[in-house]
Design a protein around this ligand. Structure first.
Ligand code: BES
Ligand code: ZN
Ligand code: ZN
Length: 499
């Protein structure tokens, strides 16, 4: 879908959306259109239950005396409460209402609204962003898709004052949406197509944006002593990879970087501790954390963020097989710490142990944030609308929470503590990779990771519940969500750019 910005004024054709405030107060564009339509808008909003509330809408098909396809009247609610997220949701809902209507063009009219904290340019840019985020599809493997299943809308024009400002605001939001789409593409790919080597190939495409991408093979990782990561991949015929991405956008290229680390398990069968068959197909998106790190690098490089940032991804496939690691095996991580692998399905932490240690040792970052679809227990604790957060640093944790709230990707902090750490005791090695019993599974997993980050400020986001969704939401269609890209982009923008 092509997105453009045009000066105020109504279109002659296609679908046109105008806003009405709480109490059925018409915006300027709604008034102008109502005059043109000889009072049809006022009449349309008065005959039903429409009250101008946020989320409500009424449509007038083929209005007489015009060449318009449809007039869509959308409720904007209380102008004081109309913020960036409300406008994004509005854009997303408008997109889904018109996408398969048969019309090819839609215009969204925005106005200067008294009492609203957003100006018309901000409103337009946010609505366009929401529409774009909702327009995502992953349909490359449908060879016989009928025309009714495809979107008819080809262009979205935001019409209103201050188009230059709106265009500029949208340009950087659009680059972030590029990153979100890349993440959604990566998590949607099946595991016969996306495996460690092809994931690395996808990451390499970022070099055209100026990202430096290095890929370590198994021999190089072995030399570095990454026994923990390599143990997970050893049962698969697909060789493991470590992907290292660097974007140096800060004014001083020598500035200490910030770092993001992702779990890239391209398929998680559980290994010898094999998972039940039902629902196992979901484990193609067990590389969700790595998808976010790669998508985030695309967003930051795309919008030329003034920051030095490192992205590290541990990419492995967890398979049973003649060469797979066994429950009870002891591996030595790059940090030198030994691990008894009591359950081969608790593999994400084994991959991250080496990825985190490598990242910390090589780059000495200001902080590290890792993302991983790490535990089923986080879904039991928090459901599918909030990611779990664990951190050794209150300032970083607060900054992450704030960024999440600002973009509508919510996170909830859970505790760490010595009492949980003790649960990782092993009879034979420095630690076990699981704790006995079923209690606190997400916490002990985080506690395990904490042993590999040293004193560096660190946060772990367990995104197992939020990486994939089975139902459409305003700006997130069902499938891969891209949860984390907008959050971390905002963290960078608000706290680490140009500083
Ligand atoms: N990839 C899974 C976690 C997961 C579960 C992600 C459901 C998304 C949806 C992880 O590797 C795993 O299997 N964790 C185990 C840990 C257990 C063996 C201690 C789990 O959560 O059951
Ligand atoms: Zn697992
Ligand atoms: Zn896993």
């Amino acid at each position: 879908m092509k997105i453009a910005f045009a000066n105020s004024g109504l279109p002659d054709t296609g679908i046109v959306c105008v806003g009405v405030l709480k109490g059925n107060k018409l915006t300027e564009s709604a008034k102008t259109l109502d005059t043109k339509l000889k009072g049809s808008i006022k009449r349309a909003i008065s005959v039903g239950r429409f009250e101008g509330n946020l989320g409500q809408s009424v449509s007038i098909p083929a209005p007489a005396g015009t060449k318009l396809d449809t007039v869509l009247i959308v409720g904007l609610g209380d102008p004081k409460k109309l913020d960036d997220l409300a406008m994004q949701s509005m854009g997303g809902r408008i997109y889904s209402a018109v996408a398969k209507s048969g019309s090819t063009a839609v215009s969204i009219c925005v106005d200067t609204i008294k009492g609203c904290k957003l100006d018309a340019a901000q409103m337009g840019a946010e609505a366009a962003t929401g529409a774009r985020l909702r327009s995502y599809t992953f349909d490359k493997y449908h060879t016989k898709k009928g025309k009714d299943a495809k979107a008819s809308i080809k262009s979205l024009t935001v019409r209103g004052p201050a188009t230059a400002k709106a265009r500029k605001l949208f340009a950087s939001m659009d680059r972030v949406a590029d990153g979100v789409f890349f993440t959604r593409d990566l998590v949607s790919e099946p595991a016969n197509i996306l495996y460690p080597e092809t994931l690395a190939k996808e990451a390499k495409t970022l070099s055209k944006l100026g990202v430096k991408v290095e890929v370590l093979n198994e021999a190089q990782m072995k030399k570095l002593g990454m026994g923990s990561l390599l143990g997970v991949g050893q049962g698969s015929v697909r060789p493991s990879r470590l992907i290292v991405m660097q974007w140096n956008g800060a004014a001083k290229k020598s500035d200490q970087p910030i770092a993001f680390v992702g779990k890239g398990v391209t398929f998680d069968t559980g290994g010898i501790s094999i998972k039940p068959a039902g629902g196992m197909e979901d484990m193609k998106w067990d590389m969700g954390g790595s998808g976010v790190v790669i998508g985030l690098m695309k967003a930051l490089a795309g919008r030329k963020a003034k920051v030095n940032v490192v992205g590290v991804v541990g990419a492995v496939e967890n398979m049973p097989g003649g060469n797979a690691q066994r429950p009870g095996d002891v591996v030595t991580s790059m940090s030198g710490q030994t691990i008894e692998v009591l359950n081969t399905d608790a593999e994400g932490r084994l991959v991250l142990a080496d990825a985190l240690h490598y990242c910390n040792k090589r780059f000495k970052p200001k902080f590290m944030v890792d993302l991983a679809t790490l535990t089923g227990a986080i879904i039991i604790a928090l459901g599918s609308d909030r990611a779990g957060m664990f951190s050794n640093d209150d300032k970083l944790a607060d900054a992450l929470s704030g960024a999440g709230t600002a973009v509508g990707e919510l996170i909830w902090r859970l505790p760490l503590g010595d009492d949980y750490d003790k649960m990782l005791k092993s009879e034979i090695a420095d630690m076990a990779n699981i704790s006995p019993g079923r209690g606190g599974g997400s916490i002990t997993a985080a506690q395990f990771l904490k042993r590999f980050v040293g004193d560096t400020p660190w946060a772990h986001l367990d995104i197992a519940g939020v990486t994939w969704t089975k139902k459409d939401a305003a700006t997130v269609p069902k499938g891969g969500t891209g949860f984390g890209v907008r959050l971390l982009d905002r963290l960078v923008a608000d706290h680490y750019e140009g500083k």
